[in-house]
Design a protein around this ligand. Structure first.
Ligand code: FAD
Length: 416
């Protein structure tokens, strides 16, 4: 039997990890993106955390109380600018509905199924593609100013514990035992020893792409305009540069995925939550794991050659220009945790598009409407974490192997 021809649309870390697994499984695989692998989307500049136990969806009970601040405070961790209120409204309504206890329980179960082995799967992927040094299993450290502040997140921590995560509460001495340079504003900590981080998301993506090509996979530079369909089956895709024939087509185009699927009748509520990073090559502080001031929802991550401060959530769509004021907040967040840090603001900033669905559960699995069409997008704040697990879950099904995987919780059709 000849090898299956698979086209993966989107060379972010999700598409790349999947392309690699498919090639390992013997398929003839091409991955297509107008940008070089790992450079066109969120995978380029994320905070690098591999958050295997982060099963709590973004929408948790109590969300409604936070909405006024999201709308009115431009410095809030999550902000929706007035010019985008109307556009965001339908998504926000679904988001608020996703905070109902039964919806949260459903989402947490699905997220856990996908990513509970994420640390091990990334260690394995990094080893396979020749960059074991990039995945560091040193845990994550969350920080709170007080017990009262911690109490606001209690439901999320309880949910993680219910799924078996190790969640260790620390006092100030416990924080300093892990990261001695953290300043006095943060008095309470939560250590997640099973998390890991990637010391260079960009180099990681590139390493997967290089290994994929060495193994005979094809990287094509093209922007897909439309998928092609005949007799209830996807037959490939039409790009700006050429036509791409394939028997199986995977949409893994991050925040741009819903646009590609709209002409096929899919109305997927995929919203970009724009996030920012700044890199500080010499901040004069030393840390060994991602440190997360929880009140700001920002990650401070030790990366190759720099400390990266990444986070904040801003609505604003795929086209609007980045907002430098949001990026500048990241320096204040760093200073709040490390008052002694040297804040060299000359390095510029980066903005990326997190592909977010209202229930925080990515769309992964086969189309229920068209044969040969597969989905791997919508991983939101956790797409680096979810990439290797998505590949492990989806590749066997695309390769036509017998699989014991229920894709229903991840179905695109749940939004129909
Ligand atoms: C500031 C920030 C911090 C984050 N921190 C973390 C973290 O610590 N841990 C974590 O797990 N996740 C984190 N994330 C989320 C994570 O980065 C994303 O979920 C993940 O990168 C999504 O990967 P992807 O491959 O689905 O999409 P992307 O990386 O966005 O890639 C999509 C690709 O599709 C391509 N594309 C688009 N349209 C087309 C088309 N028409 N034809 C062909 N190709 C197309 C794009 O060029 C792009 O290369 C963070 C995100 C941000 C913004």
């Amino acid at each position: 039997m000849s090898a299956r021809r698979v086209l993966v649309i989107g060379a972010g870390i999700v598409g790349l990890a999947l392309a690699w697994r498919l090639r390992q499984g013997g398929a003839e695989v091409a991955i297509v993106d107008p940008e070089p692998p790992g450079e066109g989307g969120a995978s380029f500049g994320n905070a690098g955390s591999i958050s295997s136990s982060s099963v709590a969806p973004l929408a948790m009970p109590g969300l409604l109380k936070q909405v006024p601040r999201m709308l009115l405070d431009p410095a809030a961790p999550l902000h929706i600018p007035p010019g985008y209120w109307l556009r965001a409204a339908p998504w926000l309504l679904r988001f608020v509905a996703s905070a109902r206890p039964e919806a949260v329980a459903r989402a947490a179960a699905a997220i856990d199924t996908l990513q509970r082995l994420a640390t091990e799967q990334h260690l394995e992927l990094a080893r396979e593609v020749g960059v074991p040094e990039l995945i560091l299993p040193h845990g994550n450290l969350y920080l709170y100013r007080s017990r009262e502040q911690l109490a606001k997140d209690q439901a999320g921590w309880d949910l993680r514990r219910a799924y078996g995560a190790r969640v260790e509460l620390l006092d100030r001495d416990g924080i300093l035992a892990l990261e001695p340079e953290i300043g006095p504003a943060y008095q309470v900590g939560v250590s997640l020893p099973d998390h890991a981080h990637c010391a260079s998301p960009q180099r990681y993506s590139r390493a997967v792409a290089d290994a994929f090509q060495r193994a005979g996979g094809e990287v094509r530079r093209d922007r897909i305009r439309a998928l092609t369909v005949a007799e209830g089956r996807v037959t490939g895709a039409e790009g700006e540069a050429r036509r791409h024939e394939a028997e199986e087509v995977v949409v893994a185009a991050g925040a741009w995925s819903a646009r590609l699927l709209a002409p096929l009748g899919y109305r997927i509520p995929l919203e970009t939550q724009r996030g920012y990073h700044v890199n500080l090559p010499a901040p004069g502080i030393s840390i060994s794991r991602p440190v997360v001031p929880a009140d700001r929802k920002v990650f401070i991550t030790p990366m190759e050659g720099a400390v990266r401060v990444a986070g904040t959530v801003e609505f604003g769509g795929l086209e609007r220009a980045p907002n430098e004021t949001r990026a500048a907040l990241l320096y204040d967040d760093l200073a709040a945790v490390f008052p002694q840090a040297r804040l060299d603001r000359s390095g510029g900033f980066w903005m990326g598009h997190r592909p977010c669905l209202p229930d925080s559960v990515p769309v992964v699995g086969p189309s229920q409407r068209l044969r040969g069409l597969w989905f791997a997008f919508g991983h939101g704040h956790l797409g680096l974490t979810g990439s290797a697990p998505t590949a492990a879950m989806l590749a066997p099904a695309i390769l036509g192997r017998p699989v014991n995987q229920d894709f229903a919780p991840f179905a695109a059709e749940r939004f129909a």
